[in-house]
Design a protein around this ligand. Sequence first.
Ligand code: FE
Length: 159
Amino acid sequence: MNKIALLIFTFLMVSCNSKAQDSKKEEKFSINKTDTEWRAQLTEVQYHVLREEGTEPAFSSKLNKTYDPGIYVCAACGTPLFKSEHKFDSGSGWPSFDREIKGNVAYSTDYKIGYARSEEHCAACGGHLGHVFNDGPSKTTGMRHCINGAALKFIPKDE
Ligand code: FE
């Protein structure tokens, strides 16, 4: 009898949790897909970064040292997020920008490594992009948007 009660309890907890998460997503973002849909659409590293708030290894993205003119869009939904003219070499091993395309990037606070960091994500689909720090170029904005290359797709200017 106890086992059955435990099973029912577990089932209720799981269904309540997934319902709570779904409604949160619906409130927040204009593009909503199920986990299965994101898994089917994204590569393993894209899924890890965008949907699990993961971080790609430093210097692993070929976009790290790309400075061609163009725009960087969300790898999940195509929303324009950053411009090439705002990209700079931070030496961190991740694509870095001194500003975002206003309105298309949203922010939250994360405490994953023990202190508060400003996490940034695509404002349209909620995909995790990276973090923003205030140690960027002092001659421009002073901000360093430290972005996973896996979260971005580069569109060259002439395309
Ligand atoms: Fe997106």
